[in-house]
Design a protein around this ligand. Sequence first.
Ligand code: ZN
Length: 177
Amino acid sequence: MPYLRKCANCGEPAMEPVEHKMELYNSICTYKCSNCGHEIELTPVASYGAMTTLGFFGALFVWFIFMDDHGDWPGPNNMPTIFQGLILLAIISFFPVQALLEKRKHTRYPIIESKDQPPPLAIEKTGHVGQRLILFIEKTGFIGSMLAPIIIATLILGTAAIIGFINFTYFDNNLFG
Ligand SMILES: [Zn+2]
């Protein structure tokens, strides 16, 4: 996302990307205003899509922890109690709220539609193993990013199932000794 942006501090269309680097779960781009020196860091909003999905899985996991010994949901009508509901709501809404805050930041520094864009900024090499995957997911937009963890999990489970099938069918379950 290396684009020229408008500076919220001095109002000049002079914020240029100066650094693009990997964090653990997303990439982050530093912009600096060549007019007033104001600096900000922006994360692609799409990054929070994948985290939103993981938040849902997290909430599901916590719900399982809330279940009683008989596998029933704890509250009246097999629903969580209000306190548990609030915890689940907090887990589910955590990343969407982050996404909205980040989106607001992007809106405060709008992209300048201009032919004089700064040259593409290469990402800093950090040896992050998931770098390519994360950068790819960040380009898919928020919804695509939400689907990414499901697709990846399906691929992993699918591969495991195929290996299991081959092992069972052709190797009489002796493939791994
Ligand atoms: Zn400025």
